[in-house]
Design a protein around this ligand. Structure first.
Ligand SMILES: Nc1ncnc2c1ncn2[C@@H]1O[C@H](COP(=O)(O)OP(=O)(O)OP(=O)(O)O)[C@@H](O)[C@H]1O
Length: 483
């Protein structure tokens, strides 16, 4: 397996100058090391992607902390993700900007590939928006300016990120922005990035890349990718910072797309005229008219009155907004971070898993079951899983986590009571969790705002709700048990 992957992933090392563009041989800045997972002490899971897990890891000899992105080779091969993994590795290797997550080195073993990334201890901007409800205009201005600064660099390298959104804008411990997740990146024809032959991203103009709520209308119309795509997503992200939600939201992806195509934007009345204007311009239907995409480059964006007072040359030495801290789970891992992760299933390790289940976090969040029922994702297609008279109490698209892989499922709680999860593509029930009013037979453990476990005497199932409704799932199920 290792050899097979090596031949697919290894890019010839050479002594050639890395700045030589599009040369056949290539030297990585971030080297391919011979490390093993045993060289690291693993801490909490930062997050789970569609084909990876990112874990806080301390290198035992140097004490340096990294965010270790761990990818299962079998899964990547099976899902045809090799080209994406290669491209992300190659692109991150060549990017050098304080606003872009840095790749330090990579290594691999029989089962996994590892990328040692700069650790962004402040979490996702998405979490800051969620915790604060919405950001003040000063906070949003600061974060938006740092994103603009990093995007200007990324675009100047001839790259389109294609997945700008608050979940991919990470924060350092002191609160500066770093753009992450280059898994959807698209190098333009004249890119300054050396792209090796089979690492190039597919150029299927019709392929929808990115996240529904942030996708620009031209992508829905199958137009080729342009820098303007990221500027539209920046407009959506700024709207979300200021209001708490993305501008185009609805019960299903299809309805979201209808709103995007109709450019159905409703500005809250507390947005300043400057904020409204810059978002309005970034959300121009014509990608070439978005500030930052025109012939004058980024100057029209940076000079916009919304950014008045921003010191563009010294952004990184400015004091960032104060971070709102996370609800702490009661247990702590060995490094003082909760939910420490022991890699029994990673790489060549033989250690046993030591799952620490934190109890529920504080119950400050409000939300009755009836309100929860209306939260996103309700779509008529889920009705086929209901009996006459049965109604949905809570529903959301979550990731079902299994060892290193995860699968998107629609988790549905009904008033029957019934708790099922459905494969959203095949529309088949993948699991029916036997209901019990007895908490000894059915209980929910919340391990972080987005992670929770459904425990039954026979098995424990782990889920991740990207919208951080782990506690709401617990409350909804317990409220039904106590009805
Ligand atoms: N350098 C980092 N420092 C801290 N946390 C990180 C870092 N990189 C990623 N994460 C966290 O880990 C999560 C998973 O990241 P990953 O890049 O594997 O997947 P993703 O890009 O979010 O998902 P997908 O692959 O489905 O697009 C992210 O959502 C983020 O919260």
């Amino acid at each position: 397996m290792e050899k097979e992957f090596d031949s697919k992933l290894r890019i010839q090392n050479s002594a050639s100058n890395p700045s030589t563009q599009r040369s056949k041989s290539f030297a990585f800045r971030a080297p391919q090391e011979n490390f093993s997972i045993q060289d690291f002490e693993l801490g909490k899971i930062y997050g789970v992607g569609s084909y990876s897990k990112v874990v806080r890891a301390r290198k035992k000899d140097s004490g340096t902390i990294y965010a270790l992105k761990i990818m299962d080779k079998k899964f990547i091969t099976k899902e045809n993700k090799t080209a994406y993994v290669k491209l992300e590795r190659i692109v991150l290797d060549q990017l050098d900007h304080p606003g872009v997550v840095r790749l330090f080195f990579t290594f691999q073993d029989t089962y996994s590939l590892y990328m040692a990334l700069e650790s962004c201890e402040g979490g996702e901007l998405f979490d800051q928006i969620t915790r604060k409800g919405r950001l003040s205009e000063d906070e949003a201005r600061f974060y938006a300016a740092e994103v603009v600064d990093a995007l200007e660099y990324i675009h100047s390298m001839g790259l389109i990120h294609r997945d700008i959104k608050p979940e991919n804008l990470l924060l350092t411990e002191d609160g500066h922005i770093k753009i992450a997740d280059f898994g959807s990146v698209k190098p333009m024809q004249d890119s300054r990035i050396t792209v090796l032959p089979n690492a190039a991203s597919d150029d299927k103009a019709c392929t929808f890349v990115g996240t529904a709520a942030y996708v620009p209308p031209e992508v829905l119309n199958s137009s080729p990718a342009t820098f303007g795509n990221d500027l539209w997503a920046l407009g959506c992200t700024l709207f979300q910072m200021l209001s708490g939600t993305s501008p185009f939201k609805d019960a299903s992806e299809w309805l979201i797309f209808q709103r995007i195509i109709a450019r159905d934007i409703r500005f809250p009345n507390y947005f300043s005229a400057e904020a409204r204007d810059i978002i309005d311009r970034l959300l121009d239907i014509d990608p070439g008219r978005r500030p930052g995409a025109g012939p004058d480059g980024y100057s029209s964006l940076k000079k916009h009155p919304f950014f008045e007072g921003i010191d563009w040359t010294n952004l990184r030495s400015q004091t960032p907004p104060r971070l709102a801290s996370e609800l702490k789970a009661p247990s702590s891992g060995p490094d003082g971070h909760e939910s420490a992760w022991n890699p029994s299933h990673v790489g060549d390790s033989s250690a046993r898993t030591n799952d620490r289940n934190g109890g529920a976090a504080s119950s400050s969040e409000s939300g009755s079951i009836t309100r929860l029922a209306s939260i996103d994702s309700f779509d008529s297609k889920w009705k086929q899983f209901l009996e006459p008279g049965e109604s949905v109490l809570m529903i959301s698209m979550v990731k079902k986590l299994q060892k290193l892989t995860s699968k998107k499922v629609q988790l549905i709680l009904t008033n029957k009571p019934k708790l099922i999860y459905v494969d959203p593509a095949k529309l088949v029930v993948k699991g029916n969790i036997i209901w019990s009013d007895n908490p000894n037979d059915l209980s929910i453990q919340v391990t972080s705002p987005s992670l929770f476990k459904i425990c039954t005497p026979k098995k424990v199932m782990s889920f991740e709700d990207a919208k951080q409704r782990a506690l709401q799932w617990k409350k909804a199920i317990e409220a039904l048990q106590n009805r």
